[in-house]
Ligand binder design. Structure first.
Ligand SMILES: Nc1nc2c(c(=O)[nH]1)N[C@H]1C(S)=C(S)[C@@H](COP(=O)(O)O)O[C@H]1N2
Ligand SMILES: [Mo]
Length: 524
């Protein structure tokens, strides 16, 4: 007696469809793309010679795409079952089958218009799900087979390897996977619909008073390899605790300002964008940015000054904090002084680099406060502001050992040469960025191989809230070298070389990189 081929095929099928469901769910939740299977169908249509495609459309009518997807779906089923049967002999053969399918899906996704690496995540998750589910299902089958090969009658019925047990454990696992897959499918469908709808609304939005970004003259230091002064939305770092990002229709959005105020204020999206727009270049960075790290970006933000709304509400004496809440429940405590400051562009931002906020960056409305780390100020999908006292609140991260207040720290970074690279000996241009938002950068210095600090040239800035690019030319001989950088802010503070971790209120230390200068060919 053996386990039936059917059981192994079933294992392959269940694992396969669980993987498809997982990839579908991730695609719906994290990207605005179709599921990988749909991408494959589209690719097939693209690659099909026109004549055949036309004939297919004539025969099938406009159901051609549905039929094609169904065919691909069934083809997957056949391959899944085959992979399950292969799993009986080896672990690698089904892995190869799944890997090939994943590559096909990955390629199809990758060649969709404007695809990013994030769009590959669904395929990766699907592949991982296949392997995990298949091994979870084949394990009891294997034990079952061993038990049947041995003398089953000798086995105590309560023994874990008794055929009854292995059979039950197989069926339980398969059942659980089918249920989980179905739930993922249904939830994914709902989430995907919401997200696509909001993405469409966002695409059609026209925001009065929002102008496209115009990078100011002179902000570029003109060295290749330095981070662009304006960070495009797609390249802007993203940090949040949301697994599934909130998708909020502007029409459903409102901000409630309450707490220690004379009168509660509720602002709808329409009311917000009808107010006076303020636009400003502001560099945003994360407290978790390591020395030399890239959790920083600079954008042209358009929005409404929070101070003007706080004025409407009438802040009561004794308050020193605003507890902001996101629609996903995330909170941050922001110093009231920074939000009420009429000299500062603390904004309820509706646009980033001239576009309605990307969903991942807080659509439809997020907070941006120059001079403060994101975790204490830059609330995405913000829906509530409670005027209060620091003594009375605990925000998301301050409950986790991070500092209550998070003013940004004076910092600088070397972008070129990249750490560990080779450059020709001779004149080497070193360049990077420095920032001290809302204080401003006065100067940048670099030191080669531990020698004395020497000044770098710094580019222009439109205000004190953005980073500044810097560059310096060094004459270096062949061999290994290090360069470190430090900045001075406009209050006269010199960036400290003391090395501190990012917890509790931001890393410190001088960014130091190493490079090798190679003797140039002298012939010719
Ligand atoms: N709702 C919400 N807003 C949030 C966060 C979050 O986890 N949830 N993270 C904050 C942190 S730690 C940072 S650094 C910034 C990052 O903003 P970005 O993703 O637009 O770059 O958002 C802030 N706003
Ligand atoms: Mo952050």
């Amino acid at each position: 007696m053996r386990t039936s081929r059917g059981a192994w095929s079933l294992a392959g099928l269940v694992a396969g469809f669980a993987g498809l469901a997982a990839s579908y769910f991730v695609a719906m939740a994290m990207t605005i793309r179709d599921a990988p299977l749909v991408a494959v169908a589209e690719r097939v249509i693209r690659l099909t010679p026109g004549g055949i495609a036309e004939r297919a459309i004539r025969i099938l009518g406009h159901h051609d795409k549905t039929v094609l997807q169904l065919v691909i779906f069934m083809l997957c089923g056949v391959l899944f079952a085959w992979a399950g049967r292969l799993a009986r002999r080896t672990w690698w053969a089904p892995t190869v089958v799944f890997a090939v399918l994943a590559v096909v899906g990955g390629v199809a996704v990758w060649f969709q218009h404007g695809a990013t690496t994030l769009d590959l995540l669904p395929v990766a998750v699907g592949f991982a799900t296949w392997l995990v589910c298949l091994s979870l299902l084949t394990e009891p089958l294997r034990r079952h087979e061993l038990a049947l090969e041995a003398a089953p009658d000798d086995l105590d019925p309560s023994h874990a390897d008794h055929p009854d047990h292995t059979r039950r454990s197989f069926l339980l696992r398969a059942g659980a996977m089918v249920v989980a897959g179905a739930v993922l499918g249904v939830v994914g469908r709902a989430v995907g619909r919401g997200r696509r709808h909001v993405e469409e609304t966002r695409r059609l939005l026209r925001l009065p008073g929002v102008t496209p970004p115009e990078v100011p003259v002179g902000v570029r230091v003109g060295v290749k390899g330095v981070s662009p002064w304006m960070t495009p939305n797609d390249d802007f770092y993203r940090i949040d605790t949301a697994i599934v990002v909130p998708t909020i229709e502007p029409a459903d959005w409102a901000l409630r300002i309450h707490g220690m105020v004379d009168r509660e204020v509720v602002v709808t999206y329409q009311q917000l964008i009808a107010r006076e727009m303020t636009e400003a270049w502001v560099t945003l960075n994360c407290v978790s940015n390591e020395v030399g790290g890239d959790l920083i970006g600079n954008a042209w933000w358009s929005g409404v000054r929070i101070a003007s709304l706080l004025e409407l509400a009438g802040v009561q004496p004794g308050a020193d904090a605003v507890l902001q809440t996101s629609s996903d429940g995330w909170t941050c405590g922001t110093p009231l002084s920074a939000l009420a400051d009429t000299e500062r562009d603390a904004l309820l931002a509706v646009a980033m680099n001239g576009q309605p906020l990307p969903i991942d960056h807080g659509f439809p409305v997020r907070t941006v406060v120059p001079g403060l780390f994101g975790y204490v100020s830059a609330c995405k999908w913000v829906v509530e502001m409670k005027v209060t006292r620091f003594a009375d609140i605990e925000a998301y991260w301050t409950g986790e050992g991070w500092s209550e207040r998070g003013p940004v720290k004076l910092s600088s970074r070397v972008d070129v040469p990249r750490d560990g690279t080779e450059v020709p000996a001779g004149i080497v241009t070193v360049a990077g960025v420095a920032w001290a938002q809302h204080t401003g950068i006065e100067g940048v210095e670099i030191a080669l191989d531990g020698e004395a600090w020497r000044p770098a040239r710094i580019a222009a800035v439109p205000n004190e809230d953005t980073w500044v690019q810097w560059a310096a030319a060094l004459d270096v001989g062949p061999g290994d070298h290090t360069v470190k950088v430090r900045a001075t802010d406009r209050s006269g503070l010199v960036q400290t070389g003391v090395i501190r971790e990012v917890v509790p209120d931001g890393a410190t230390g001088w960014h130091t990189i190493g490079f090798t200068a190679k003797e140039q060919d002298t012939d010719g």
